[in-house]
Design a binder for this molecule. Structure first.
Ligand code: 13P
Ligand code: SF4
Length: 326
């Protein structure tokens, strides 16, 4: 098997990946938090909802997922007959880790009159134990369709859950999970940046704690943040989400200035990077295509169960937005 140690150093990896893509009839999907070289080689870049829809609709034989494992699992659940490749199988998510199936089962059993609305950032096992999956771009739209007196468990992100509670006027019972990236932005540096750039708009992902969201002019999924900056080209932005997205923001709003908020660690220049997303590299993308591995494999019974809550999400979602160019 080809490994990082024996890749021919003279290879033009971009060209090789393009060649393999044609040869394998593959499509490359990428999340906005991936490194810019991975975004640039992708056929499609999106937020979790866009990527799920794209994975469900593709006619390619192979889906190469530049993102984290739960996203690649969604592709496998929705397109079981395709080979789904993930450059690094260790690309997890702190929210997924915070919500283990045995504890979640027990939590559900303790609240039998609640349905479980679960954020897509969770494992296939948790999806199989949930009633409806949501993303940050469709959560309000979906929850607003449920009867007002419906009792709801929301897992695993307590900050997103709290934000949706405020938006919908609900009192969902929240699982105690957090995103390691969004919970550690520095409020102190945010205020300093705001003082230095007083005309800049503050934009934030709803995985941030309320203490940070209260400063935001616009809150939304990665795609929503990108659409907002695109629509306000020429304005300046202080960005409270993973800085991988700045690559597309700069492309679609070339006249704007973007200021990424650093993490809380003194002197840490990259602790606002998602440690899981950043495991994927161009080399690993090339290797997973050559080796047709690592791939996402899933027990059929689990897949079929997990598909029910994902199908519900797709049925109840708002209409898809027009694609943004890759
Ligand atoms: P989006 O659905 O907004 O892309 O969020 C995915 C994610 O993992 C944010 O941390
Ligand atoms: Fe998970 Fe946070 Fe990374 Fe998104 S940014 S994949 S929520 S750890």
């Amino acid at each position: 098997m080809l490994t990082e140690n024996n890749i021919d150093p003279t290879l033009d990896l971009e060209e090789e990946i393009k060649r393999l893509k044609k040869e394998m009839n593959a499509v490359i999907l990428a999340h906005y938090y991936q490194d810019s070289d991975l975004q640039d080689i992708a056929d499609f870049i999106g937020d979790s909802l866009d990527l799920s829809r794209r994975a469900a609709a593709t006619d390619a034989e192979v889906i190469v997922f530049c993102g984290v494992k739960f996203m690649a699992e969604v592709a496998k659940i929705l397109s079981p007959n395709r080979l789904v490749l993930l450059p690094d199988l260790n690309a997890g998510c702190s929210l997924e880790e915070s919500c283990q199936p045995d504890k979640f089962k027990a939590f559900r059993a303790a609240h039998p009159d609640h349905i479980a609305i679960t954020y897509i950032n969770c494992s296939a096992e948790i999806k199989a134990l949930s009633d409806i999956i949501v993303t940050s771009s469709n959560a309000k739209h979906i929850i607003d369709q449920l009867p007002k007196d419906q009792k709801i468990i929301f897992a695993p992100d307590k900050y997103l859950g709290n934000y949706i509670n405020k938006q919908t006027g609900r009192d969902m019972l929240l699982w105690d999970g957090t995103c390691v990236v969004h919970e550690q932005f520095s409020e102190k540096t945010l205020i300093q940046l705001r003082n230095q750039h007083s005309s800049a708009k503050i934009i934030a992902h709803p995985e941030c704690p309320e203490a940070l969201l209260k400063y935001a002019d616009h809150i939304g999924s990665t795609r929503s943040l990108l659409d907002y900056t695109t629509a306000h080209d020429g304005g300046d932005f202080i960005v409270l989400t993973e800085p991988g997205i700045l690559h597309q923001m700069k492309k679609f709003a070339p006249k704007s200035q973007f200021y990424a908020v650093p993490g809380v660690e003194e002197g840490c220049t990259s602790c606002n990077n998602c440690p899981y997303m950043k495991l994927n590299t161009l080399e690993k993308l090339y290797l997973c295509m050559v080796n047709r591995s690592p791939s996402i494999e899933m027990d059929e019974e689990l897949r079929a169960k997990a598909k029910l809550s994902l199908d519900k999400m797709l049925e109840m979602s708002p209409p898809a937005k027009a694609d943004k160019a890759a």
